[in-house]
Design a protein around this ligand. Structure first.
Ligand SMILES: [Zn+2]
Length: 307
């Protein structure tokens, strides 16, 4: 059976056909297309189906894993909340896609997963966490996501919502920032690229994370903006480390490409860690980037997380 992985993002959709027959999964072919501009349900479904049909021909039977930037139910079929998209909350996405494609002669079994959870599975199968049984992948980008593998299994929680680390409350002043999820004082509203870019624009800096990052040693406004964001990230990551005692915390997503980010964070994290954690704490960057989520999504069909 063909295995197709899709990573639905706010700006782009990455998809690929993945072969799991070898020692490590291999992306046979992949494409990235822009996310439909209005991000409404019908446009998203259409875009997803067209991507699936790149690999699935009439008569085929395929598995399709879709990583979504939001909350999914514990059955991995229904979208609970998809911030930044419209009309998608409560939708049993896989059922709609399966029915539509069945009418075109293609049988697909669709499973949803949080996109950062997909990235965590992919890093474990083919990336920076290969061989590890306890690790965290943090996706730093438009928002902040996380996937946690504990004792060799993806941590999903009682309601399917575990590892929503972008929504850890790390602000000392919760009234200052309300998160898109409805909560207050969350990491995502203090340290995501989206937030940094919004604040940068408001104080006359270029509203592009990478440019603000490169100005941090020469521009006091940029330093004043990034300092609290990095401290919030450091508090969040150190809290994850003491909770989970991972072999490594792996940074992925657009922000992680900023040169020196991991070193800068490591320096800030150490002071928050209890002494016994400092010698064993490892923070490193993803080795396979966006492929991780595609591989992880495609792997959902074979329950490879249950190693
Ligand atoms: Zn939140």
């Amino acid at each position: 059976m063909k295995k197709i992985g899709i990573d639905l993002g706010g700006h782009t959709i990455a998809a690929g056909s993945v072969d799991f027959s070898g020692a490590a999964p291999q992306v046979l072919s992949a494409v990235t297309v822009p996310t439909p501009e209005n991000r409404d349900l019908l446009s998203v479904i259409h875009a997803l189906e067209e991507l699936i049909l790149l690999w699935a021909a009439p008569g085929d039977e395929c598995f399709v894993g879709i990583g979504i930037p939001g909350f999914v139910d514990s059955e991995r079929r229904r979208i609970l909340r998809l911030t930044n998209f419209s009309d998608c909350d409560g939708v049993v996405l896989g059922k709609i896609i399966s029915a539509n494609l069945k009418a075109r002669g293609v049988r697909v079994d669709v499973r949803l997963e949080n996109d950062a959870n997909c990235a965590a599975l992919g890093e474990g199968l083919a990336g920076a966490a290969r061989g590890m049984r306890d690790y965290v992948v943090l996706t730093l980008g438009t928002g902040i996501g996380a996937g946690i593998v504990a004792n060799g299994r993806l941590l999903t929680g009682a309601h399917g919502m575990a590892a929503e680390c972008g929504h850890m409350a790390v602000s000392g002043d919760p009234l200052l920032c309300r998160c898109g999820c409805g909560g207050w004082g969350h990491l995502e509203e203090l340290a995501s690229a989206d937030w940094i870019e919004r604040r940068a624009g408001a104080v006359g800096l270029p509203p592009i994370f990478r440019e603000v990052w490169e100005m941090r040693h020469t521009n006091t406004e940029a330093a004043a903006l990034l300092g609290p964001a990095l401290e919030a990230l450091a508090r969040g990551i150190s809290s994850l480390a003491v909770t989970l005692d991972p072999e490594a915390v792996i940074l992925s997503g657009g922000m992680s490409h900023a040169a020196g980010l991991a070193d800068e964070l490591r320096g800030r994290i150490e002071k928050y860690l209890p002494v016994p954690f400092r010698a064993v704490f490892i923070l490193k960057n993803s080795e396979i980037g966006g492929s991780a989520a595609v591989i992880g999504a495609a792997s959902l069909g074979q329950e490879m997380c249950k190693r």
